[in-house]
Write a protein that binds this ligand. Structure first.
Ligand code: FAD
Ligand code: DLZ
Ligand code: SF4
Length: 509
């Protein structure tokens, strides 16, 4: 007789973990569903929906090969939401209870709490992370500031990642960030990423998404994501051999030609469960131990996953619900329409937006220091910006998107995550990449028709929140640089910034 019904969500595609940890193909029935509510709660990139549906369909077959009975609802059946899918599944199987792994978003978690069922509903912890909620809470309790660096060292020790002798870090330093900041000047070749073969299942998912989501962003002609664990492992291997050796060096670089440079492009697979974060870190460490990459590259990469990714998730669950309401700097200008078209004359922004919309991917510096920086400086509405990020990227789920966008990029949590805002003028973008050479603007000018818009916006941002920055020791130099300018210089810059704001990010009518 059937025992439990196990609901597997589109980002929970990991065998033998979470809700599948103690599952039994002889006893348990699985339900998976492509539903309107999940596909439409934000304007998702078509790549994201196609990736998730294709990966779900493959996962279903893998479960069936393991002997499970899987009740699978395709999108064309028109099931509205996950609760309805569970209801329909319960009508056709004789389950005594429902089991699910906790969802990664507060939205769905709150919904699930309201589900009225005639059978018990158990939600188990998501054990696909290195640090569980209780351990993060313990680490955070009593700390005035939640600095990632301290947390990261504990994770390294706990998982024996890149450790040397006597509890010391490998190479006697925890952090090689200072060596990982080179700008892009095209001094070496960027490895070409081989196209991934698509099977019929993936082709069908793509065709469905083309049909059912005609108005969403995303150029599916260019769909090139792995939709099985086997293919994701191939991507990991490709990165270890081709990207990792230069990952550290060019981690903060921006290229006019390459959307990825030496980045891994693995976040989407880790986030939906095709790859395990620890296995990825261990594979990178192993490459270093074999002498295939420098310590700075391995450390820089492991910090992103064992440090930032876990820390970000900890911050999300520590502060939700409510974190999504924060708007510390009172940013309310509407997100400009060109965020949905990439039709803007600033080269760096148009490039970063175009690849985000077309491919569902941008690397960290594009997300933080180009797109996020513009939103921060212009004072774009925090909710609108967060919804844009949540929809546009294939790897976006609120637990990881929200702290990165609201906290790190927009400083809307008042500095809970970052001790100073990630605000920069055009000079930073010029230093880190090669966009400016091809731009109609000059990063050297602050006012006038040729002036890089980031420059006056930067000073406008510093000036309009001056009281806040004066109280922040890490912003002292910036504030001094602003106050050193003559009042007529300041007036001219602020006036020009208003022109720029009216052009690129006008107030609501
Ligand atoms: P790499 O640069 O190669 O990094 C390796 C891995 O480290 C990534 O695959 C990812 O798993 C992890 N990682 C790196 N930085 C972070 C970080 N800050 N937070 C969490 N994990 C990190 N990442 C997401 O997975 N989903 C998001 O929705 C998301 N939204 C973001 C929004 C903003 C405004 C910013 C600034 C960052 C966001 N990030 C997000 C973090 C980061 O930009 C992406 O993880 C990274 O760009 C993914 O590309 P990659 O795999 O090539 O990463
Ligand atoms: C993102 C997404 C999409 C587009 N579609 C589905 C779906 O049809 N069925 C499903 O189970 N999950 C989907 N997902 C992933 C969920 O939105 C995700 O599990 C929650 O946002 C929690 O992280
Ligand atoms: Fe971007 Fe300014 Fe450089 Fe143009 S000049 S690419 S707008 S930073």
């Amino acid at each position: 007789m059937n025992n439990r019904l196990i609901l597997i969500l589109g980002d929970q595609l990991t065998h033998s973990r979470a809700a599948l940890k103690h599952a039994d193909p002889q006893q348990d029935v699985i339900v998976m569903a492509e539903v309107a509510a999940e596909a439409q709660y934000v304007l998702h990139n078509r790549h994201k929906i196609a990736l998730i549906f294709a990966a779900m369909r493959h996962f279903r077959l893998e479960l069936e090969e393991q002997g499970y009975r899987v009740i699978y609802f395709h999108y064309d059946l028109g099931i509205s939401d996950l609760r309805s899918a569970v209801g329909k599944a319960l009508e056709i199987c004789d389950a005594k209870s429902l089991l699910c792994c906790e969802p990664g978003e507060q939205r769905l978690s709150t919904e699930m709490e309201r589900w009225q069922l005639d059978i018990p509903f158990e939600r188990v912890a998501d054990d696909r992370f290195l640090i569980d909620h209780a351990s993060f809470q313990k680490w955070a309790s009593g700390r005035k500031q939640l600095r990632m660096e301290h947390f990261y060292r504990d994770v390294r020790r706990q998982y024996d990642l890149l450790m040397g002798m006597d509890g010391k870090p490998e190479g006697d330093r925890w952090n090689y960030d200072a060596e990982n900041r080179q700008g892009w000047r095209g001094k070496c070749d960027v490895p070409e990423r081989p196209a991934l073969p698509r099977d019929d299942i993936t082709e069908e998912a793509i065709a469905l998404v083309q049909r059912a989501f005609p108005d969403n962003p995303g150029d599916l002609q260019q769909f090139d994501y792995a939709t099985t664990r086997t293919a994701a492992l191939t991507q990991l291997q490709w990165f270890l051999e081709n990207g990792l050796p230069r990952f550290g060096q060019y981690q903060d670089a921006i290229s006019d030609d390459s959307p990825w440079l030496f980045h891994a492009a693995l976040s989407m697979y880790i986030n939906i469960g095709l790859l395990d974060p620890l296995e990825v870190c261990q594979a990178v460490e192993s490459s270093y131990r074999k002498g295939l990459c420098e310590l700075a590259a391995a450390e820089g990469f492991i910090r992103q996953i064992a440090g930032w990714r876990e820390y970000i998730r900890g911050v999300y669950w520590l502060h939700m619900p409510g974190y999504d309401d924060r708007n510390h700097l009172g940013a309310h200008r509407p997100l400009p329409d060109w965020f949905w078209t990439a039709d803007v004359d600033m080269r760096c922004l148009s490039k970063a937006l175009a690849q985000s919309l077309d491919l569902g991917y941008a690397h960290h510096i594009q997300r933080l220091m180009v797109i996020g920086n513009f939103c921060l400086l212009a004072g774009a509405d925090v909710r609108e910006v967060c919804a844009w990020y949540l929809g546009v990227y294939v790897d976006a789920f609120e637990w990881v998107e929200l702290p990165n966008t609201l906290g790190m990029a927009l400083h809307a949590d008042g500095g809970l995550m970052a001790s100073k805002p990630y605000a920069a003028s055009g000079k930073y973008i010029q230093r880190q990449g090669d966009h400016c050479k091809q731009c109609i603007y000059s990063p050297a000018a602050v006012t006038g028709d040729k002036a890089c818009p980031f420059n006056s916006l930067y000073w406008h941002f510093i000036d309009r929140h001056r009281a806040e920055w004066e109280a922040n020791p890490r912003m002292g130099l910036t504030v001094r640089n602003w106050t050193k300018k003559t009042s007529s210089e300041q007036t001219a810059i602020l006036k020009w910034a208003e022109t720029v704001l009216d052009k690129y990010c006008p107030e609501r009518a």
